[in-house]
Design a protein around this ligand. Structure first.
Ligand SMILES: *Cc1c(COP(=O)(O)O)cnc(C)c1O
Length: 448
């Protein structure tokens, strides 16, 4: 399926897209007025793979993985697979030397089937099923993150005699950070982890230490998502080292690892704040070194878990306009996808930016609202965006920052099949995930 597309001349951009651009670094405006990514015109992709279609820029993924690796050369960088996972993605991440977070037997099986080294895989989850745990042990995952007290004995009982499973304990440092309450996981009163403040974290550590088939290698925390400031992570280091210090004083134990989770912000619209890995690395590693020195603790090896930061900006969603209409004082542009392929507006009230990518237009821009095709008024992709006044059915629109938590969260709502994913790199495009067909949907429906 990897047919080379005709080579195209790419004129230089009038200005370099800055580091916080919402578009992949390879984005170019063509002489025709269309937009290309990875050297491939988006209009060609829309024709070849149909719409809606997700385009992922392989080099952007690799460069983003490298940005974390070079910012933290002594740490492990574990990509959070739930942001977006497929076999090609796993191969790129493996080649870039990343580790991988998974939170189900399904993600785990996909990774193992692709040949991703199991010892570089971490299994998370607040409610791991017996199948999740059995699969993790069978495939030999490197780490399992304990998320509740009840899970400790349950996991230990599944570990075969004579072997030991490495585990981390997920603690709640009591830090409110993140773009929406649905993604704030660093505070008490939500479902993840074991609070430090109430003593549950310490209690879990003691229980794990009492299980000879579990090897406790460190603590884990994950504060939330879309966090643009380094401050909450620095606070987390302080609180986690505080707990490490207490565990050493009271129980005589020290640990070689510390996993600070992910949640690093990306821009969805121009002007949005992003988290930069370099200042993060500088402040977090110096805080860790300082606090450990004060507490006379060995400095643990750090793990970070970027998901969205690596996949999000590498993806662009392509839609075709189906209808344009004025209602009240608003101009609506309806496209052939929406909340079935991107539930984030409906879940978190997120709004995107949109660009006409298939052709040039010299018609003055008007303010419009871009909506999806689904049967809910909340199915809104972009509100009050400026688009050329001659937008019409058949036009191809591109939505940037679509690489994370779209395809992985897509549904079959309204029995619209889930969209395909195509990779672009150096002027070539290839299909990674094919479109879900009506036949795919029909064969699951086995009753009468
Ligand atoms: C979701 C998740 C991540 C990644 O979050 P992003 O916001 O995509 O960076 C990392 N670690 C854990 C435990 C998670 O649940």
């Amino acid at each position: 399926m990897s047919l080379p597309l005709a080579p195209i001349a790419l004129p230089p951009l009038p200005e370099e897209p800055g580091p916080a651009s919402v578009w992949p670094a390879s984005t170019r405006t063509l002489r025709s007025g269309g937009t290309a990514i990875g050297g491939v015109p988006l209009a060609e992709l829309a024709d070849r793979f149909g719409t809606p279609c997700y385009v992922i820029d392989e080099d952007e993924v690799r460069n983003r993985a490298r940005a974390w690796r070079s910012a933290l050369p002594d740490a492990d960088v574990a990509y959070a697979g739930k942001a977006f996972l497929c076999r090609a993605m796993l191969r790129w991440l493996d080649e870039e030397g990343l580790h991988l977070d998974v939170c189900s037997a399904g993600e785990l099986e996909l990774a193992a089937h692709t040949g991703f080294p199991a010892d570089r895989i971490v299994l998370h989850g607040n409610a791991k099923s017996p199948a999740d745990l059995a699969t993790a042990l069978r495939l030999g995952v490197g780490r399992i993150v304990i998320d509740s007290t009840g899970e400790i004995a349950r996991l230990a009982a599944l570990v075969p005699p004579g072997s030991r499973q490495r585990v981390l304990v997920r603690v709640v440092p009591g830090i409110a950070a993140g773009a929406h309450t649905a993604v704030r996981t660093g505070v008490e009163g939500q479902k993840f982890g074991l609070p430090i403040a109430g003593g549950e974290a310490e209690d879990a550590v003691v229980r794990v230490l009492g299980q000879p088939r579990l090897e406790l290698v460190g603590l884990h925390c994950h504060l939330g998502s879309q966090i643009a400031s380094v401050d909450p992570y620095v606070t987390a280091v302080r609180r986690l080292v505080g707990l490490l210090s207490r565990l050493r004083d009271v129980h005589g134990v020290t640990f070689p690892e510390l996993d600070l989770g992910g949640g690093f912000a990306i821009p969805y619209r121009d002007g949005d704040q992003a988290l930069d890995p370099r200042p993060y690395a500088l402040r977090v590693t110096s805080e860790l070194a300082l606090r450990c020195a004060h507490a006379d603790l060995p400095v643990p090896r750090l793990t970070v878990e970027p998901g969205r930061w690596i996949a999000g900006p590498a993806g662009v969603a392509l839609y075709r306009v189906l209808a344009v209409k004025s209602t009240g004082d608003r101009l609506f542009v309806a496209v052939d996808g929406g909340m079935s392929d991107n539930p984030r507006p409906a879940l978190y009230g997120v709004r995107y930016t949109v660009r006409l990518v298939g052709r040039a237009s010299s018609v003055p821009e008007r303010t419009m609202t871009v909506v999806g095709r689904h049967c809910e008024a909340g199915d809104v992709l972009a509100e009050d965006v400026a688009l050329p006044g001659d937008i019409r059915p058949g036009d191809v629109l591109g939505v940037p920052a679509s690489g994370a938590y779209h395809v992985s969260m897509a549904s079959a709502y309204n029995l619209v099949g889930r969209p395909p994913v195509a990779a672009v790199s150096e002027g070539r495009a290839r299909l990674l995930i094919r479109r879900e067909t009506l036949e795919d949907l029909r064969v699951r429906d086995v009753g009468e």
